[in-house]
Design a protein around this ligand. Structure first.
Ligand code: COA
Length: 233
């Protein structure tokens, strides 16, 4: 079941075209309870498609029994989002998953060696000064004044860093400050704490940026996930 690769990023442009079974057979009881938290049909579809893609990456199978062995839970008791917890056969696994949705698109990041990973799909991020002044730090605003087209990338980096390195804080875009980004590596602070440089994978489209960050390891420069899969269904 376990994937031999340590880092993997999967992008699906239109999850609506995936052959996802909406029967509950591949979900655990706890997952079904989490799904029931959502009432909006689109959000339920996003939740299901992220789980289905991630479980298929872990199991390399589409068999409901195999998919059910993997449990991915991402809500605290009070219903707030949290970093996905991955269990295999009821045991905590060394697999880390990060998920992002934008409309029907889904981005999934996975590591199999307990390395933290965070992914984000940042689409249609406003490029105006008002938005920039509200959500970006002064240093980032100076960068954006020269390169307004980088707004999606900067936003995506912030969210991916928060997802990868946050420890239970509430999301605040100003809580992540990007200090530099070059050679597939980002230096930043998170709520005032300096982080070790993180490896970055980023792809651009007319809507914005798809971004993944993870803890760098020797041999990760330039940083690429060991496997990148994309599907433009
Ligand atoms: C992280 C966050 C900003 C992303 O929101 P978004 O841009 O609208 O949504 P995205 O599609 O990019 O990401 C959603 C996914 O992020 C993951 N996620 C949610 N909160 C997360 C967190 N704190 N850390 C890491 N990943 C998180 C979930 O897997 C979620 O997908 P799922 O609900 O289908 O499992 C938002 O979910 C958030 O604010 N979470 C924190 C909530 C909070 O304050 N929690 C307090 C600590 S328990």
């Amino acid at each position: 079941m376990m994937n031999a690769l340590a880092r993997l990023v999967r992008y699906v442009a239109d999850a609506g075209q995936l052959p996802i079974s909406y029967s509950a057979a591949w979900l655990s009881e706890a997952e079904r309870a989490e799904l029931d938290f959502f009432t909006h049909a689109d959000r339920r579809r996003q939740w299901l498609s992220g789980r289905w893609i991630a479980k298929r990456l872990v199991t390399r199978s589409s068999d409901a029994g195999q998919l059910r062995r993997v449990e991915i839970l991402s809500r605290s008791a009070d219903g707030l989002g949290k970093s996905p917890k991955v269990l295999v056969d009821g045991q905590m696994a060394s697999i880390r998953i990060s998920l992002s949705h934008a409309g029907g698109a889904v981005l999934v990041g996975m590591t199999t060696d307990a390395t933290s990973i965070g992914v984000d799909l940042a689409w249609d991020v406003p490029q105006d000064r008002q938005f920039s002044a509200a959500w970006f730090t002064e240093r980032e605003q100076a960068w954006l004044a020269e390169r307004p087209e980088s707004a999606s990338l900067l936003w995506g980096l912030k969210e991916a860093i928060f997802k990868s390195q946050g420890s239970g804080q509430a999301w605040n875009p100003r809580g992540v400050e990007i200090e530099s980004y070059c050679d597939h590596q980002v230096r930043c602070t998170l709520f005032g704490r300096q982080l070790a440089p993180l490896a970055v994978w980023a792809r651009h489209s007319h809507r914005g940026a798809a971004t993944a960050v993870w803890q760098s390891a020797a041999g990760d420069t330039p940083a690429y996930p060991q496997q990148e899969l994309s599907s433009c269904l």
